[in-house]
Design a protein around this ligand. Sequence first.
Ligand SMILES: Nc1ncnc2c1ncn2[C@@H]1O[C@H](COP(=O)(O)OP(=O)(O)OP(=O)(O)O)[C@@H](O)[C@H]1O
Ligand SMILES: [Mg+2]
Length: 231
Amino acid sequence: MLEMQGLRGGYGPAQVLNDVSLSVRAGEVTAILGRNGVGKTTLLRGLMGLLPRLSGRVTLAGEALAGLPTHRVARAGIGYVPEGRQIFPELTVTENLAVGQRSPSRLWPAERLFGLLPNLRERQRNAGRSLSGGEQQMLAIARALVTDPRVLLLDEPSQGLAPMVVQELARILRHLAGEGVAVLLVEQNLRLTETVADRIAIMARGTVVHDDTAAGFRAAEDELRHRWLTL
Ligand SMILES: Nc1ncnc2c1ncn2[C@@H]1O[C@H](COP(=O)(O)OP(=O)(O)OP(=O)(O)O)[C@@H](O)[C@H]1O
Ligand SMILES: [Mg+2]
């Protein structure tokens, strides 16, 4: 569904992404693990057209996306749940969902959206700032879904969430993959990653150093953790 080939780029003269190639398939959760600062967030920002400098190829179902402005990338079918959620604290849930929506969602009308994210249903008139961390994360996901994405990018969605809420997040991501969405999950939470991912890639120094099925990851987990993930 989403193909990346030879992506390079960064913020200034220093290269952060150094030849990233990765495939994200429809109906699967693809996870990216990696130590702090290896370029995971930069990769997602690059995909969304939010990076000052990016070269290489990005295609979504064959359509070239690299170099397009963010709104065109979103319109092509990529939803983005950024690090730290970035919801609007002064706006209600309903208003947060309306921002950035060009037209009413075709794929995620209210019934389907709140069926998937039941905790948000009762909170529709509440301000973003009054939501719990978990509810804010669900809102960030909802805001991405109402743009009708075929691919959903999530940057460390479990950060700061209680274990129960992380379980709920796992359920939601599996459900989305089951509905055919291509999910690209950047995580530090190994437990969540192993619970939900079909494929697990590891980034180091701006490139993908390992890319395999979740089963393949588990088979080599001790070595991979020691080599690429622990400090
Ligand atoms: N806005 C920015 N301007 C310049 N350099 C940046 C900027 N954001 C990140 N960097 C640098 O790019 C590199 C990769 O950062 P990035 O945020 O992509 O890492 P990450 O893998 O997401 O790390 P983390 O696990 O901490 O979220 C780091 O060296 C970082 O200092
Ligand atoms: Mg990051």
